[in-house]
Design a protein around this ligand. Structure first.
Ligand code: ADP
Length: 257
C-alpha cells in the first residue's frame, strides 16, 4: 500500500477572523478517512495549536514572549486534537497523537523508537496526527529540540515513516513565480525539480497572518524531500477533496520531484 504524509498549515485551519476553519477540517477528515479505508497508510502532520489556543482564550494576536506561546500551544493542542478526534469519528476513523521533538533526528535511538511507534500505529489502521511538542521544545544552541517549523517536520516525518509522498496543504494553490499577494500577474509553477537560489528568492515574501514559515520553509522542506528521493506536492487546503487527482498525478498544485 502507498503511504502518504499530509501536512496542513495554520492558514488552512484558521480563518482570517481567527475562527477555526471547520469546513476544511471536515473535508480533510472525510478525505483522509476514505483513503485510509481504501488501504492507504495516512499520516497527518498538523500545525495550528497556537492559533487554536488564541481562539480558546479569545485573544487576537500571537504573544511575543516564548513562555506565553508555549502556554498557548499547550492549550490549543488539546482543543485541536479534540476537534480532530470528533471530526474523524464521523467517518469511522480513529486517530492518535504524536508530539515530536528534534530528538528524533538527533539521536538514533529516538529515531528508531519514533519510527517503530509510527509503524505500530499504522498497522492498527489508525491515522497518527503529529505535531511538534511546542510546549517544551527549545531553540538553545547546545541542546536544540525544535524542528523550526512544521513544513520541515512534514519532510522529516515523510523520511521517518518512509512514505512515498508529502502533500503540503496551504492557503494557496502552489508556488508562484512571484508573491501573488503583491503581483496580479504571478503564475503558478507546475513542477520543480531542483531548489535553486533563484527559486528561494521568489519564495521570499512573508506568509499569511497566522502562518509562520511562508514559502521559504516549504522549499526548505522540499530540499529534504529531494535529498531522500521522495516526492512532494504543494496545494490548497480548500482542495483537499481533489487529493485523489493529486495522487494520480493530475496537475493541481506544484509538484516537487
Ligand atoms: P501555512 O500556514 O499554510 O504553512 P504560510 O502562511 O506560512 O502557510 O505560507 C503561505 C503564504 O506564502 C501564501 O499565502 C502567500 O501569501 C505567501 N507567499 C509568498 N511568496 C509566495 C510565492 N512565491 N508563491 C506562493 N505563496 C507565496
Amino acid at each position: 500500500a502507498k503511504r502518504i504524509v499530509v501536512k496542513i498549515g495554520t492558514s488552512s485551519l484558521i480563518l482570517s477572523n481567527g475562527q477555526i476553519n471547520l469546513k476544511n477540517m471536515d473535508d480533510l477528515a472525510f478525505t483522509l478517512s476514505s483513503l485510509r479505508h481504501e488501504g492507504y497508510d495516512i499520516i497527518l502532520v498538523t500545525s495550528g495549536a497556537i492559533g487554536v489556543g488564541l481562539n480558546v482564550l479569545g485573544l487576537d494576536k500571537r504573544p511575543s514572549e516564548i513562555a506565553q506561546q508555549q502556554a498557548l500551544a499547550s492549550i490549543g493542542q488539546v482543543e485541536l486534537m479534540s476537534l480532530y478526534n470528533h471530526i474523524f469519528a464521523r467517518y469511522q476513523q480513529k486517530v492518535s497523537q504524536l508530539l515530536l521533538t528534534n530528538d528524533v533526528i538527533e539521536y538514533p535511538e529516538s529515531h528508531q523508537n519514533a519510527s517503530m511507534s509510527l509503524q505500530a500505529i499504522l498497522s492498527l489502521g489508525i491515522i497518527p496526527i503529529i505535531n511538534e511538542n511546542d510546549a517544551v521544545s527549545v531553540d538553545e544552541m547546545d541542546h536544540k529540540t525544535k524542528f523550526g517549523d512544521n513544513d520541515r517536520l512534514g519532510a522529516i516525518v515523510t523520511n521517518l515513516a518512509d512514505a512515498d509522498l508529502l502533500i503540503m496543504l496551504s492557503d494557496i494553490d502552489g508556488l508562484y513565480d512571484k508573491n501573488p499577494n503583491i503581483f496580479d500577474d504571478a503564475k503558478l509553477i507546475d513542477t520543480v525539480s531542483e531548489i535553486t537560489d533563484e527559486l528561494m528568492k521568489v519564495a521570499g515574501g512573508a506568509g499569511s497572518r497566522f502562518g509562520t514559515g511562508g514559502m521559504t520553509s516549504k522549499l526548505e522542506a522540499a530540499k529534504l524531500i529531494f535529498d531522500n528521493d521522495k516526492q512532494m506536492v504543494l496545494t490548497n487546503g480548500a482542495r483537499i477533496r481533489e487529493i485523489r487527482d493529486i495522487i494520480a498525478g493530475k496537475k493541481k498544485g506544484t509538484y516537487f520531484g
